[in-house]
Design a protein around this ligand. Structure first.
Ligand code: PRP
Ligand code: URA
Length: 208
């Protein structure tokens, strides 16, 4: 199973608060955004740097800045929206695409209903974001869409993953690195992650 678990203590603490069924929507949204920002720090660890020359108040010096590599962030609607602002706080210049996919409650298969991506897809590196990687169907469908439009370099960032979802993404898209805060035990008969945190979209937006 190829997956990178980000086990920073701050992330693990905040994730435990998120899992608690007594955490309401306001706190849930704030915690999710904070975790997304912390995870983005880890995902961007290998961004390329270049040298430049600047003048401090004391002397001229050479120092490093980002090369300006083009990035794209793609939340899977709806629940992925809850992580966008956290990521953008670290990489504000990223363009944001949106992909709409929901899981058919009977078949658990992904149903695609929306796709709006930056025009220069093939020039960007993408981070697909969704709090939940359950069967993996929604993430695989989103990555399929991105690749069909020309994306070559994609990372997947999710908060909680089931082993089933990790296996599917590994199998269908072995080039896509998965980052998560936790790989949970399993899926239940309704396709929910156990122990998980329930329905992420419902908890973010307070709707069913
Ligand atoms: C949830 C979640 C993921 C998907 C994960 O979305 O946000 O997108 O399920 O399940 P999978 O890995 O089995 O595909 P949902 O279908 O509930 O839509 P919503 O975000 O609009 O509520
Ligand atoms: N989608 C969710 O929101 N939660 C799960 O546990 C599985 C899919």
């Amino acid at each position: 199973m190829q997956v990178k678990v980000i086990d920073h203590p701050l992330i693990q603490h905040k994730l435990s608060l998120l899992r608690d069924k007594n955490t309401g929507s306001k706190d849930f949204r704030e915690l999710l955004e904070e975790i997304a920002m912390l995870m983005a720090y880890e995902l961007t660890r290998n961004l390329p740097l270049e040298e430049t020359e600047i003048e401090t108040p004391v002397a001229r010096t050479r120092c490093k800045v980002l090369t300006g590599k083009k990035l794209g962030v793609v939340p899977i609607l709806r629940a992925g929206l809850g992580m966008v602002n956290g990521v953008l706080r670290l990489i504000p210049a990223a363009k944001v695409g949106h992909v709409g996919v929901y899981r058919d409650p009977e078949t658990l298969k992904p149903v695609e209903y929306y796709c709006k991506l930056p025009t220069d897809v093939s020039e960007r590196d993408f981070i697909v974001i969704d709090p939940m990687l359950a069967t993996g169907g929604s993430s695989v469908a989103t990555i399929d869409m991105l690749k069909r439009k020309g994306a070559k370099n994609i990372k997947l960032m999710c908060l909680v993953a089931a082993p089933e979802g990790v296996h599917l993404v590994n199998e269908q898209h072995p080039d896509v690195e998965i980052y998560t805060a936790s790989v949970d035990e399993r899926l239940n008969d309704h396709g929910y992650i156990v122990p998980g945190l329930g329905d992420a979209g419902d908890r973010i937006f307070g709707t069913k």
